[in-house]
Design a protein around this ligand. Structure first.
Ligand code: UD1
Ligand code: MG
Length: 462
């Protein structure tokens, strides 16, 4: 039996933020969500989250997490005063009465852990029947971390917090990652009796570790997994590591990245072989890009599905779908809930919102389409605008197959335009348009011959 407790009650003073530290975002997901995700390879009986500072906000984020169905039975335990990591775990005592298994404890600020590493920790713990087993690593710069002192068999003698270390102890580069597996009954012998006699006057979980026997260290080869986030610089460093991991994975899977340093990709993004990503491109959230696409330079794609052989150049695509063989950009904005058909061409300074385009439809220049449903092989002329908002409500526009709107058409919604219709340039269309017709909705041109000459003469008389 394994129960898990994640420590997420602290404010994270060193972040200098109103937002609780564990809710700071790392590549589109909060730190605590990432810690929760690292439990994928084990199936604990209980999942407890210790919350305190802005408890409700932390709860909401975890309950609304897109994969929350994987963690249906999260238990939130309140630590009303944040008196240290040991005090935080004392809060679970009433909830684990009679529990006979192991308790896995994870700091909520260790977001780069790999699920495989947690599994290794559990296996080592169970194999050696330790009172506690903890993850450690040799850090190039261990400043700020608790130092772990072991014998040759990796049996821990002591953990000393950085601020309580002597100068000699600070030379030790082996650190405590804040990831522990405890035999719960053994932990219960010491946990209720912790003292706060340290520099911070806090109840340290590491003190409980120091009082147990036997405690074993599991050294993790990739020290980067162990990095804890306490300030904004560490958050930025963790982001860089995450980016390296993500990009290396996709390059190995057949994705070309031109100038990878200038590209960012959330680890929730899915790519396919033979995608080319050009410089200054950012792929976020639940985005998938199929084979043969060329994305960038200079594009942002968020929560969108891009089908095969699409090009996106200097454009922004959010919450949208683009079907195969379409060309987007330069300077197109698919603002939200847009579906572009196959083989479409969307060009310069075009904005679409809640709009569906049929296959092989073009919106090539200077247009805004909102709440519109457009058929196949339609040509939306330069400067066509749907006037979809009357100041109170939004209204739909429908355009049938093969229709052509002339340049500078204003389509005042609600409006139904049929198939094979032509709208003359400069028209303001306020009434529905049947199939096959030509619509001219503008005032007739008036020519006043000689007008300028006459005016000139008038001026001369003054
Ligand atoms: C802690 C460890 C240190 C380790 C480091 C690894 C202790 C005493 N020290 O130090 O040995 O090297 O993590 O990153 O444990 N929290 C609560 N309630 C509290 C205090 C903290 O829930 O009262 C939570 C925080 O939200 C955070 C986690 O516990 O997620 C760790 O707290 P933090 O203050 O970051 O501890 P460190 O100083 O990093
Ligand atoms: Mg920390």
């Amino acid at each position: 039996m394994v129960a898990v407790a994640i420590l997420a009650a602290g404010r994270g003073t060193r972040m200098k933020s109103k937002l609780p530290k564990v809710l700071h975002s790392l590549g589109g997901q909060s730190l605590v969500e990432r810690v929760l995700d690292s439990l994928q390879t084990i199936s604990p009986q209980r999942r407890m989250i210790i919350v305190g500072y802005q408890a409700q906000e932390v709860k909401t984020v975890l309950q609304e997490k897109p994969t929350s169905h994987l963690f249906p039975e999260l238990e939130f335990i309140e630590q009303t005063k944040q008196l240290g990591t040991g005090h935080a775990i004392q809060q679970v005592i009433p909830h684990l009465e009679g529990f006979m298994g192991d308790l896995l404890v994870l700091n909520g600020d260790v977001p780069l852990l790999r699920p495989q590493t947690i599994k290794q920790l559990l296996e080592a713990h169970q194999e050696h029947q330790n009172a506690a087993t903890i993850l450690t690593a040799q850090l190039p710069n261990p400043q700020g971390y608790g130092r772990v002192f072991c014998n040759e068999q990796n049996i821990i003698k002591e953990i000393v917090e950085d601020r309580d270390c002597t100068a000699a102890q600070k030379q030790n580069r082996r650190i405590n990652a804040g990831v522990y597996c405890f035999n719960w009954s053994k932990l219960m012998e010491v946990l209720p009796h912790l003292q706060a006699n340290n520099d911070q006057q806090e109840y340290y979980l590491t003190d409980a570790v120091n009082q147990l026997e036997q405690v074993m260290a599991v050294d993790v080869a990739d020290y980067q997994e162990m990095l804890g986030i306490n300030d904004r610089e560490q958050l930025a460093a963790a982001y860089e590591i995450l980016q390296e991991r993500v990009k290396s994975k996709w390059m190995k899977a057949g994705v070309t990245m031109v100038d990878p340093q200038s590209i960012t990709i959330d680890d929730t993004v899915k790519l396919h072989a033979d995608v080319i990503i050009e410089p200054q491109t950012h792929l976020r959230g639940n985005t998938e890009i199929k084979s043969g696409c060329k994305i960038g330079p200079g594009s942002l794609i968020e929560n969108s599905l891009i089908s095969e052989n699409v090009t996106v150049l200097y454009s922004v695509v959010v919450n949208s779908i683009v079907n195969a063989d379409s060309q987007i950009g330069p300077y197109t904005h698919l603002r939200t809930e847009v579906e572009v058909g196959a083989g479409c061409r969307l060009g310069n300074f075009v904005e679409l919102k809640k709009t569906k385009l049929g296959n092989r439809t073009n919106v090539a220049h200077l247009s805004y389409l909102g709440d519109a449903t457009v058929g196949e092989k339609v040509n939306i002329g330069a400067g066509t605008i749907t006037a979809n908002y009357d100041g109170v409500n939004k209204h739909p526009t429908k355009i049938g197959n093969r229709t052509k709107t002339g340049v500078n058409s204003v389509l005042v919604a609600p409006l139904n335009i049929g198939s094979d219709a032509y709208i003359a340039a400069g028209s303001t269309v306020t009434e529905d348009v049947p199939d096959d017709c030509l619509v001219i909705g503008r005032s007739r041109q008036v020519i006043k011959p000689g007008w300028r000459l006459k005016k000139k003469l008038d001026d001369a008389e003054v």
